[in-house]
Write a protein that binds this ligand. Structure first.
Ligand SMILES: [Zn+2]
Length: 229
């Protein structure tokens, strides 16, 4: 592994954890410039942060020590839990996002993310199915890191879950229940339309078509994911 250099860029936006670390949540910054995002993540008025930001040139900035709770997920839900910040490490990837010109993640950025992610997974017991996007835990509000994020590549490097072979298709009527079994918040457990949850699922696991409709391919992928857990 290439030597990983981390630049300290401390944020005041953190507090004590109330749960053990067992999730990794990935974001994009969604701002025009990386410098603008770094400033906001360190601004006490903004009340937001992450543990790390990775710029498009591969530079890794540390804002918050992993032992502390960074404020990155907001109102979120996964597998019955709502205190996602308390139990997760958050990484921001510089990208203008859907609002300002969403573009593919830069190669040096992904190389740095894989190196950083491997270290995080070595330090903490985080199951593959708990390496997630912000949109997975907050489907009604968030679309990051988005459908251009290379989840399959990360999974090939041991970071996160990707279905290697499709399972037998689930009945679409049981799709919502299967989403909940996998971890997504679905109504009535959360106040999120099912279509938004299906869209988030597709953004992560079936990015070729993102339409909020649970088709047979989605059902087969979800079945494979559940089987792999
Ligand atoms: Zn985010």
């Amino acid at each position: 592994m290439a030597r990983m250099q981390i630049i300290e860029r401390p944020s005041p936006n953190h507090d004590a954890r109330s749960a053990p670390i067992d999730m990794l949540v990935l974001h994009y910054t969604g701002m025009r410039k990386g410098a603008e995002a770094l400033a906001r993540l360190c601004d006490p008025v903004a009340q937001v942060s992450a543990h790390y930001t990775i710029d498009e040139d591969g530079t890794i900035y540390r804002h918050v020590e992993e032992a502390r709770r960074a404020w990155h997920a907001g109102v979120s839900y996964w597998a019955g839990e709502t205190a996602i910040n308390a139990r997760s490490i958050g990484i921001e990837l510089v990208n203008p996002g859907h609002e300002f010109g969403y573009r593919p993640f830069a190669e040096p950025q992904i190389v740095s993310l894989i190196a950083l992610g491997k270290g995080i997974l070595a330090r903490h017991a985080i199951a593959p199915q708990r390496v997630l996007g912000h949109s997975d835990v907050a489907p009604a509000r968030k679309t990051d890191p988005g459908e251009l994020f290379p989840w399959a590549r990360l999974a090939a490097d041991g970071i996160g879950l990707w279905p290697s072979a499709f399972g037998e298709a689930l009945d679409v009527t049981t799709f919502a229940a299967a989403l909940a079994k996998f971890g997504y918040g679905v109504p009535p457990a959360v106040d999120t339309p099912l279509e938004a949850v299906i869209t988030a699922f597709q953004r992560h696991f079936r990015p070729s078509t993102i339409d909020g409709v649970a088709d047979d391919e989605c059902a087969a992928i979800l079945a494979a994911l559940i089987k792999a857990c």
